[in-house]
Design a binder for this molecule. Sequence first.
Ligand code: NAP
Length: 243
Amino acid sequence: MENLKNKIALITGGSRGIGRSIALALGKEGSHVAVNYQHSEDKAEEVCEMIKENGGKAIAVQADVSEEREVKKMINRVRNELGEIEILINNAGIAKKQKVEDVSLQDFDKAIKVNLRSGFLVTQEVLPAMRRKKWGRILMISSVAAQTGGVVGVDYATSKAGQLGMMRYYAKNLAEENITANAIAPALIDTDMVEGLGGVKPEIIPVKRFGKPEEVASLSISILKNGYITGQTFNINGGMQPS
Ligand code: NAP
């Protein structure tokens, strides 16, 4: 297994939920961590403080990852303050639960822009340095919605399925350069996002509880440490089997 110590990592949407847990787990591994956020500056700073208290390096970086200009600015800041990014977690995302007939074109475009296009923008920006180093790890936080349709909406399910195609393309085309790309497909992890869905009960999950962000983080670390795993989707869903 590869050592993640002193590797430079960027987690998009690292201020809360799953991203926060992955950022903290990478900090424990000794990685230098850039914690991206859009609005939650205090929460992102708190994650960085926790990493620094354990002797690690961390910075909070504000950017709307769906905007090209902001992404470029974010990557430049990380490059200048920590170094070239070697581990990228495309985690930032939004979910708006709606009935089929209520999803507007605006909702659809927004889900694609924030959940999917952002992954393209950030990955393309960090790839040149990974390719020069001949080492890189890309991890997409997709969803069971990519496989089953899920409980949010057609906009969300489509954006999450797109992440899997994107991941497979990068995996196939970068494998020889020691850059892996994988995805995690969680279902119903106990975060603000699930709380915001309103009325989703753990009873619909075979294990009868929501997953913990830490459980997604520990899976992420195993994937990131393993250079022989690429092009794969890992389901972490309490037994909600994908169709
Ligand atoms: P969350 O608790 O709502 O946290 C979302 C994070 O994304 C926050 O850090 C937020 O930043 C950030 N974010 C949102 N839009 C952004 C943007 N445009 N630019 C930069 N950052 C942005 O969500 P979560 O449950 O941890 O979900 C994380 C990922 O897992 C998402 O991609 C989600 O689709 C996926 N997922 C979650 C579940 C689940 O059950 N929770 C299941 C399947 C997949 P601020 O704090 O600054 O707003």
